[in-house]
Design a protein around this ligand. Structure first.
Ligand code: NAP
Length: 273
């Protein structure tokens, strides 16, 4: 006896469709990669947004193609905290895309050991590969000199045009120092700043440090309660402890394979010239 499914037929895998003998609407499309049928409605939604390639993702909120997130950071290494912030910011601000921008020479870390930019870039690519709304930019890595955020924001503004709303997403602790960055007033004029902070962050600090006027222009964004940091990951590797479940499995593999973070002096990794 054949029991009819109660879900709309287009949500069933193709094989079930054949068994149940359901007719497909001519606009429903079979996605051979995932063996799932993509409902025409969902496909249309992504097509309208110019995001056909994103159809493997679960559609959640509408997307604004004129709103782009720039996720700035050192990402040494990238971890689930960064990914979750990017994904939730994408949802909250209906971003068409979140572009991770690993810096080359962090202007404020000239005296610190930071892993080679190519390692940090590779890990960011690995970590974001499965999210069709994420991509990684080489903008700062390919530009010579210190990675000033204002130069990056202007480069994206030039590429994307004046109609696009840019959101610069980064850690609240980094934004607390924005007055020491190059042209902070121009940064807030060019884009909406989003300061991701861990639970328990003293929100008054932003006003105390930046002053009421500038603080008003910074959107605070509570990081999901994941107390993960790149510093903790580096420390754990150095101490021979597990970093599983703190970042994407292939990033864990990459860190071990490249020999990153094993000790203070050699944390630039095996590719160092
Ligand atoms: P950082 O000092 O390494 O990070 C400060 C805090 O923010 C850390 O707790 C860090 O956590 C967190 N964080 C950093 N990026 C984040 C992100 N995208 N999402 C969520 N949390 C994040 O700061 P940084 O990464 O070197 O710098 C942040 C951004 O500011 C970069 O794009 C950098 O180039 C820019 N910046 C520009 C200037 C300038 O233009 N003069 C000066 C300083 C910084 P984790 O350690 O876990 O990442």
């Amino acid at each position: 006896m054949i029991v009819k499914p109660t879900l709309p037929p287009y949500w069933y895998p193709a094989r079930s469709q054949a068994i149940y003998g359901y007719l497909l609407s001519s606009t429903d499309i079979y996605n051979s990669q995932s063996s799932l049928l993509i409902p025409a409605k969902s496909l249309r939604r992504h097509a309208v947004c110019g995001k056909i390639g994103a159809m493997g993702a679960t559609p959640t909120v509408p997307i604004r193609t004129d709103a782009i997130g720039l996720m700035g950071g050192t990402f040494d290494p990238i971890h689930f905290g960064h990914l979750l912030v990017a994904e939730q910011a994408r949802e909250r601000y209906q971003l068409g895309e979140v572009i991770f921008v690993p810096n080359d020479i962090p202007p404020h870390k000239k005296d610190y050991e930071v892993s080679l930019a190519e390692h940090r870039y590779a890990m960011a690519v690995i970590a974001t590969a499965d999210n069709p709304y994420f991509r990684v930019s080489r903008e700062e890595i390919d530009r010579s000199g210190p990675s000033y955020s204002i130069d990056t924001i202007r480069a994206f503004r030039q590429q994307m045009g004046p109609q696009v709303q840019l959101y610069f997403i980064t850690g609240a602790d980094a934004i607390l120092e924005i007055l020491t960055w190059r042209q902070p007033q121009d940064i807030v004029a060019e884009c909406q700043l989003i300061a991701a902070h861990r639970p328990g962050f003293d929100l008054q600090r932003m006003t105390a440090v930046l002053g009421a006027e500038l603080a008003k222009q910074v959107e605070m964004f509570t990081m999901p309660a994941l107390d993960i940091s790149s510093t903790v990951i580096r420390q754990r590797v150095r101490q021979g402890q597990s970093i599983r479940y703190l970042t994407v499995p292939n990033v864990v593999n990459y860190i071990h394979k490249a020999g990153l973070y094993q000790n203070h002096r050699s944390n630039r990794g095996k590719c160092e010239g």
